[in-house]
Design a protein around this ligand. Structure first.
Ligand code: ADP
Ligand code: MG
Length: 700
C-alpha cells in the first residue's frame, strides 16, 4: 500500500492561504488579505470572486452543499445545508454560489436560545462570514465560519463577542506598545492552544446505559476495585484500539488543517488528551469545536464512544480543557515572554501585571465563564482545579515581583536590585515554572494556562472574559501613562503599585487544601463560587456589566440574555439527569434487585428443604440488606421525582437554579448512594448496566 505523506494532505479540505493565492487574481487576493489582516470591509465584487473560487474548489473535492457554520449559545455548532444547485431554463441545473450567499445567510433562528433577545415573532437572525477563519469541507459540504446575530445587531452566538473582545484587547495593547515606541506594530492578537481531555469507552457498553446516552455521564455506578490510584495510566503505553483511533483522528483533523500535535493517556483509566499547536484565538475556538465533533465521529467508526463530559465517572478524575493563552504582535513578539533588554522586560512586566490585575478584578467573570452543570463536578468538588481563582507564577517570578514591590535585591542567580528600564531582569529559566497542577491559572514561561475550562465547554466564553478583563487593565494603564511627564518613573510606580494591590491573587501552594480555602476566602477575600447558580448571577454585577459594555464586548441586552441562557442550560441539564435517574431506578434497578432477590429466596428455601434447620445466614443477610436498600431506592426516587415536578412552579430561572442546587442535586446524590450500595451486593449478571470496571477497562 502506498504510504500517505502528511504534508500532502494536511489542510487538503481547507480553503486556506495557499489555495486563495493560487485561485484568486492578485487584486482580489490582496483585497481579501486586507480584510483578513486588518478587518477592512469587503466589497461585493471581491466577495463574488471569492465565492466563485470557493465553489470551484469545493466542487472539485466532491462538495454538493454549502453551509454557514456558526456557534449558537447551545454550546455546539449549527449548520443548515443548502445545495449549490440552481435550475436553468432548459431543465438542467447549474452549480451556483454568489458573493451574497458567502457573506450573509439567514438561518431560521427561532429555535436557538436567545434568552429573550429575539421575540419569536421576530425570529430572524442572520449569519455573517468571518473571513479570518478559513472555510473548509466536511461531509461533502463547504462550511463557511460565520457569526450569528439578530437583525437589530445583538450577538446570538459565541463568536461575535469573542471577536469583539479580541478587538478590545488589540486596541488597548496598541496604546501601550506605542508608549514603548513600538509604532511598527499594527495588530495585537491573542493565541490559544487548548489541551482537550476526553474518555474513550466501548460503544456496546455505552449503549446499555441510559445515563450515558441521555446525559453523557454515569448517574449510577459503584466504584471498581481499581481506579486511578496506581497512577499507571498517565503517559502509559497507549492500547492498540486507542492508537488506531488516534491515528485515524489525527488524519481527519490534519485534513481540516487542525494542528493536532500531542496525544497521551491521562490520569484516569480510559482518559486521554489531545493538544493542538496554538493558533489565533478565534481560529483555535473554531478548531476546538470542530475537533470535538470529529473526535466523536471518528470514535463511532472504531466502535468507541468519545465522552467529552467533565465528569463521566464519579471517583475518577474529570476532564478539562487547559486554555493556554498568550498575547502577541503582528511583528512576531510574544508580549508574555520575558525579553532580552531592560526595556523589553519592563514591557513584559507591564503585560504580566495587567493579566494579574485582570484575574483579580474579574475572578468572578473567569469563574462564571466556565460554569456549567458538568463542570461544577470538577470545580466545586475536591478536584483540579478549585473554584477559587488564583494565579500561579512559580517561585522565580514571584521573587522578582517581590523584589520590585519592596525595592529590595532579587536574590536570584546574580544579586541585582531590579530597576525597571535600567536592569535586565534576571533570566527566568523557562522550565523552572514548576508544574503546579492544582492552580486554575498558571504562568508557564511565556503564556498563561487557564485550567478551569470544562472539557465540553466552548473555549469562547473563557477567552472573551480573559481578553476583556486584560483590555481593561491595559486601558487603565494607558490612560495613566499617556498623561505621564516622565514615562519611566510613572511606569515603575505603576508596576509596583499594581503588584501591591493585586498580590492577594498570587498563590503558589496547593490549591486543593482546606487551608487554602480558608486563607483565600477569609484572609484574602477571594471569591469561592462553587456552583453555576452561585457564579452565573455575577455576570449582571454592575462592575462586570460596566466593564464589558465599556469595551463593547457585550451590550446590556446581550448580558441579560446570556445569564438567562446559561442558567436555563444548567437547569435543563440537571433536570434531564434527575428524570433519567428516576427512570433508571424504577424501570431497571429495582426490578433487577427483585429478580436477584427472588433467586436468593428460592435458593434459601431449597437449601432449607434439603437440610432442615440450616441457618442460611448469607442468603438472609443479602435479602435483608437488599430489601432495605430497595425501599430506600424507591423512596428516594419518589422524592426526587416529586421535587423535579415542583421546579415548574418556581417564579424565575434564578430560583429554579437555586432549587436545583439546594434540593435536586442532594436528592440525586442520596438516590445514587443507595443504588451504588445495592450494586455492590447484587450478582453482576442481574445488574442491568455494565459496571465501572467494564466501562473503564474494557478497551484493549
Ligand atoms: P504542557 O502544558 O502539556 O506541558 P505545552 O506547554 O508544550 O504542554 O503546550 C500546551 C499547549 O500550549 C499546546 O497546545 C501549545 O501549542 C500551547 N502553547 C505553547 N506556546 C503557546 C503560546 N505562546 N501561546 C498559546 N499557547 C501556546
Ligand atoms: Mg498543559
Amino acid at each position: 500500500m502506498k504510504k500517505e505523506f502528511v504534508p500532502d494532505y494536511f489542510g487538503s479540505m481547507v480553503f486556506d492561504d495557499r489555495i486563495m493565492r493560487s485561485m484568486l487574481s492578485d487584486k482580489v487576493y490582496t483585497s481579501l488579505k486586507r480584510t483578513i489582516d486588518e478587518g477592512e470591509r469587503l466589497d461585493s465584487s471581491v466577495a463574488d470572486a471569492v465565492a466563485e473560487a470557493m465553489k470551484q474548489w469545493a466542487l472539485e473535492r466532491g462538495a454538493t452543499h454549502f453551509t454557514h457554520w456558526f456557534q449558537p449559545l447551545t454550546g455546539v455548532t449549527a449548520e443548515k445545508h443548502d445545495s449549490f444547485i440552481t435550475p436553468s431554463p432548459d431543465g438542467a441545473v447549474i452549480m451556483d454560489f454568489s458573493g451574497k450567499e458567502l457573506i450573509q445567510g439567514e438561518p431560521d433562528a427561532s429555535s436557538f436560545p436567545s434568552g429573550g433577545l429575539r421575540a419569536t415573532f421576530e425570529a430572524r437572525g442572520y449569519t455573517a462570514w468571518d473571513p479570518t477563519s478559513y472555510a473548509f469541507i466536511k461531509d461533502h459540504t463547504l462550511c463557511i465560519p460565520t457569526a450569528f446575530c439578530s437583525y437589530s445587531g445583538e450577538a446570538l452566538d459565541k463568536k461575535t463577542p469573542l471577536l469583539r473582545s479580541m478587538e478590545a484587547l488589540n486596541k488597548q495593547a496598541l496604546r501601550i506598545l506605542k508608549l514603548f515606541g513600538k509604532t511598527e506594530v499594527h495588530n495585537v492578537k491573542t493565541s490559544v492552544g487548548p489541551e482537550q481531555e476526553y474518555f474513550l469507552i466501548d460503544r456496546k457498553m455505552f449503549e446499555q446505559r441510559p445515563d450515558l446516552i441521555y446525559t453523557g455521564r454515569t448517574l449510577f455506578g459503584a466504584k471498581p476495585p481499581k481506579g486511578q490510584e496506581l497512577d499507571d495510566h498517565y503517559f502509559g503505553v497507549i492500547k492498540p484500539r486507542v492508537t488506531a483511533y488516534m491515528e485515524d483522528l489525527n488524519k481527519e483533523l490534519w485534513k481540516l488543517g487542525i494542528l493536532a500535535k500531542t496525544e497521551h493517556n491521562e490520569v484516569a483509566p480510559a482518559q486521554h488528551e489531545l493538544a493542538p499547536i496554538y493558533s489565533t484565538t478565534n481560529i483555535a475556538t473554531d478548531h476546538n469545536q470542530l475537533m470535538m465533533e470529529i473526535m466523536q465521529k471518528v470514535a463511532d467508526r472504531h466502535g468507541l464512544v468519545c465522552l467529552l463530559h467533565e465528569k463521566p465517572f464519579a471517583g475518577v478524575n474529570g476532564s478539562g480543557k487547559h486554555n493556554n493563552w498568550s498575547i502577541s504582535t503582528d511583528t512576531g513578539v510574544n508580549l508574555l515572554s520575558p525579553g532580552d533588554t531592560p526595556y523589553e522586560n519592563a514591557q513584559f512586566l507591564l503585560f504580566l501585571v495587567a493579566v494579574i490585575q485582570a484575574v483579580d478584578d474579574y475572578q468572578d467573570l473567569l469563574r462564571l465563564s466556565v460554569a456549567t452543570a458538568g463542570n461544577d463536578h470538577r470545580l466545586g468538588a475536591n478536584e483540579a482545579p478549585p473554584a477559587i481563582i488564583s494565579v500561579f507564577l512559580g517561585d522565580e517570578l514571584t521573587a522578582v515581583l517581590d523584589a520590585i514591590k519592596n525595592g529590595t535585591e532579587y536574590e536570584g542567580a546574580e544579586r541585582t536590585q531590579i530597576k525597571l528600564g535600567v536592569h535586565v531582569l534576571p533570566r527566568l529559566p523557562k522550565d523552572t515554572t514548576d508544574r503546579n497542577r492544582t492552580s486554575p491559572f498558571a504562568f508557564t514561561g511565556n503564556k498563561f494556562e487557564f485550567r478551569s475550562v470544562g472539557s465540553s465547554n466552548s473555549i469562547a466564553c473563557a477567552n472573551i472574559m480573559l481578553n476583556a478583563a486584560v483590555a481593561e487593565s491595559l486601558k487603565q494603564y494607558a490612560d495613566e501613562l499617556e498623561k505621564a511627564d516622565d514615562f519611566e518613573t510613572a511606569l515603575n510606580e505603576l508596576i509596583r503599585r499594581t503588584i501591591k494591590a493585586h498580590e492577594r491573587i498570587l498563590f503558589n501552594g496547593n490549591g486543593y487544601s482546606d487551608e487554602w480555602v480558608k486563607e483565600a476566602t477569609e484572609k484574602r477575600g477571594l471569591s469561592n463560587l462553587k456552583t453555576t447558580p452561585d457564579a452565573m448571577v455575577h455576570l449582571l454585577d454592575k462592575k462586570n456589566m460596566d466593564m464589558l459594555m465599556a469595551h463593547k464586548v457585550f451590550n446590556e441586552a446581550e448580558l441579560n440574555s446570556r445569564c438567562e441562557i446559561m442558567l436555563e442550560n444548567y437547569c435543563k441539564t440537571v433536570n434531564i439527569e434527575g428524570v433519567t435517574m428516576v427512570e433508571m431506578a424504577k424501570k431497571d434497578i429495582l426490578p433487577a434487585i427483585e429478580e436477584y432477590l427472588l433467586e436468593v429466596a428460592k435458593t434459601t428455601n431449597l437449601k432449607k428443604q434439603a437440610v432442615p434447620g440450616l441457618a442460611c445466614a448469607y442468603e438472609t443477610g443479602i435479602i435483608e440488606k437488599l430489601s432495605k436498600l430497595s425501599d430506600s431506592i424507591c423512596e428516594s426516587a419518589n422524592k426526587l421525582d416529586d421535587a423535579l415536578s415542583t421546579l415548574k412552579e418556581k417564579e424565575n430561572i434564578v430560583s429554579t437554579s437555586e432549587a436545583i442546587r439546594d434540593d435536586i442535586i442532594p436528592k440525586m446524590e442520596k438516590l445514587r448512594g443507595f443504588a451504588d450500595e445495592a450494586e455492590g451486593l447484587t450478582a453482576e449478571k442481574y445488574w442491568p448496566f455494565p459496571s465501572y470496571g467494564k466501562l473503564l477497562f474494557s478497551v484493549k
